[in-house]
Design a binder for this molecule. Structure first.
Ligand code: FPP
Length: 252
C-alpha cells in the first residue's frame, strides 16, 4: 500500500505484499502506449516515451514489493509489422533508456538483461545492450529482463532445434536450452500483468507462463504506477496456486 505522503524511497521495508508474496517473477505486457497518446492528441511516439517513464517507476518499486525478476515486453518480434518510423522511434527510445538508466541500475542494484533476437537490432543498440549487461551484471536486488525483438514461439522453436542435438531428453534440460536461447535466463513466471484492456499473451513467455497467475488491467501502460504493481501483487497473494493439484481446503 502506498501512503500518499510518502515517496517511494521512504516506504517502510515491511509492507504486507512483501510478507505475503515474496520473491516473485513478474512479467508485464506493457500495452496501451499508442492509445494513451492518441487520446491526448499526441503522436504515438509520445506514448512510448511516457511508457518508458512508467517502466522507470515500476523498476524502482519492484524490489520493495517482493519481486526478484521483472520481465518487460519492450519490443515484440511482431512489432516489425508497424510503420518503420514508429519502430525506429521505439528502438531509439530503448537505446536512450540504456544509456541513461545503466548508472541508475548500478546504484539500485539492478541486473539488466535483454532477451530476444539481437541480429535485427541496430549495431549501436546491440553494443549498448552488451555494455549495460556487463556494467550491471552483479546487481543483487532485481533481475530486470527487457524483451526486445522477442517472440516466445521463436525462442521455443530455436531451443527445440538445439535440443534435437542434445542426448539427455527431459523438460528440465529443455528449459536449460531455452535459457541459452534467451541469454537472460528463463525462469517460471509467477504473475503476468497486461495493461491496456486486451486479454491475450501475444507471444510473450509462453513456456514460462505455464502456471502463471494473470492480472489484466484496463489502465494504459503510461498510467501504470507502483501502487498498481503493489495491488497486482496483493491480488496474486490472495490466489491459491494448485498447479493442477487439489486446493488445500479440499485435500485436507
Ligand atoms: C505497447 O503499446 C508498447 C510497445 C509496442 C513498445 C514500447 C514499450 C515501451 C516504451 C515500454 C517499455 C519501455 C522500456 C524502456 C523498458 P502499443 O503501442 O501497442 O499501444 P496501443 O495498443 O495503444 O497501440
Amino acid at each position: 500500500m502506498l501512503m500518499p505522503h510518502l515517496t517511494l524511497r521512504q516506504i517502510p521495508a515491511a509492507q504486507p505484499a512483501i510478507a505475503q508474496a515474496p520473491r516473485l517473477h513478474v512479467g508485464i505486457i506493457s500495452d496501451g502506449n499508442g492509445r494513451w497518446a492518441t487520446s491526448r492528441g499526441l503522436p504515438r511516439s509520445a506514448g512510448h516515451r511516457a511508457g518508458a517513464e512508467a517502466a522507470r517507476r515500476v523498476i524502482e518499486a519492484a524490489p520493495r514489493i517482493g519481486i526478484h525478476t521483472l520481465t518487460l515486453f519492450a519490443l515484440s518480434s511482431a512489432n516489425w509489422k508497424r510503420p518503420a518510423a514508429e519502430v525506429h522511434a521505439i528502438l531509439r527510445l530503448l537505446h536512450e533508456y540504456l544509456l541513461t538508466e545503466t548508472t541508475h541500475c548500478i546504484d539500485e542494484g539492478v541486473r539488466l538483461s535483454v532477451i530476444g533476437r539481437r541480429d535485427r537490432l541496430p549495431a549501436t543498440l546491440r553494443q549498448a545492450i552488451a555494455d549495460s549487461e556487463a556494467a550491471t551484471a552483479k546487481g543483487p536486488r532485481l533481475h530486470l529482463r527487457l524483451a526486445m525483438d522477442y517472440s516466445a514461439r521463436e525462442a521455443i522453436y530455436q531451443a527445440a532445434c538445439r535440443f534435437y542435438k542434445v542426448t539427455e531428453l527431459s523438460p528440465e534440460s529443455f528449459s536449460t536450452v531455452l535459457q541459452e536461447v534467451h541469454r537472460g535466463g528463463s525462469t517460471e513466471v509467477d504473475l503476468l500483468i497486461r495493461t491496456g484492456g486486451e486479454q491475450r499473451l501475444s507471444d510473450f513467455l509462453l513456456w514460462e507462463c505455464a502456471f502463471a497467475e494473470f492480472v489484466f488491467l484496463q489502465k494504459r501502460w503510461p498510467d501504470f504506477t507502483a501502487a498498481d504493481l503493489d495491488a497486482a501483487v496483493k491480488e496474486f497473494s490472495r490466489r491459491e496456486r494448485t498447479r493442477g493439484a487439489l486446493p488445500d481446503a479440499i485435500a485436507g
